[in-house]
Design a protein around this ligand. Structure first.
Ligand code: HEM
Length: 150
């Protein structure tokens, strides 16, 4: 089976793939033009929102973390665009966040998504609520993959 016809993606996901290519990815790239400023805002808000998260990042090189998470978000978008080749990387990320490692409980992920969207709203001048909904749909399949291995 070719990687682009991953069996987790049905025909209905093609609409999502298109939405990611046309709207969500361009939105993310507009945010990334702000570099660390965008990601610093995201992590500062995340630390405010989720008790204990600030401590998890204590001593972490945040510039390095920013570029790793930027690539991670790109992998979430690749997956929503039906690129099955990124699946092993998302599963690796899932195991890294799983109970035996970073121990990020699956019920924390919705707050991660909403915090990311707040940063997008702040930094993407073309943001509107419909784009926000497209973002939520876009990151869902990859996050499901990550949390499945918790
Ligand atoms: C509430 C949800 C999340 C929390 C609390 C969280 C927290 C963390 C923490 C504490 C680290 C380790 C930093 C270090 O010690 O160097 C980390 C690494 C990372 N996280 Fe998350 N994370 C969450 C969700 C996500 C999601 C949804 C993604 C998807 C893109 C992601 C992508 C990454 C990446 C790419 C790394 C670096 C991995 C590496 O070192 O190879 N995280 N995360």
């Amino acid at each position: 089976m070719d990687d682009r016809t991953d069996d987790r993606h049905g025909e209905h996901s093609r609409a999502l793939a298109l939405l990611v290519a046309l709207a969500v990815r361009p939105s993310f790239e507009r945010c990334c033009r702000h570099g660390d400023e965008f990601f610093d805002h995201f992590y500062a808000t995340l630390a405010d929102r989720i008790p204990g998260v600030g401590a998890k990042f204590h001593g972490v090189d945040m510039e390095k973390q920013n570029s790793l998470v930027r690539e991670g978000i790109r992998r979430l978008l690749d997956y929503a665009e039906l690129d099955g080749t990124v699946r092993p990387e998302l599963e690796r990320l899932g195991r890294l966040h799983a109970h035996e490692n970073l121990d990020v409980q699956p019920d924390l992920y919705p707050a991660w998504v909403e915090t990311l969207l707040e940063a997008v709203r702040e930094f993407d001048p073309e943001y509107d609520p419909r784009l926000g909904d497209a973002w939520r749909e876009a990151v869902r399949p990859g996050i499901e993959l990550m949390t499945a291995v918790y």
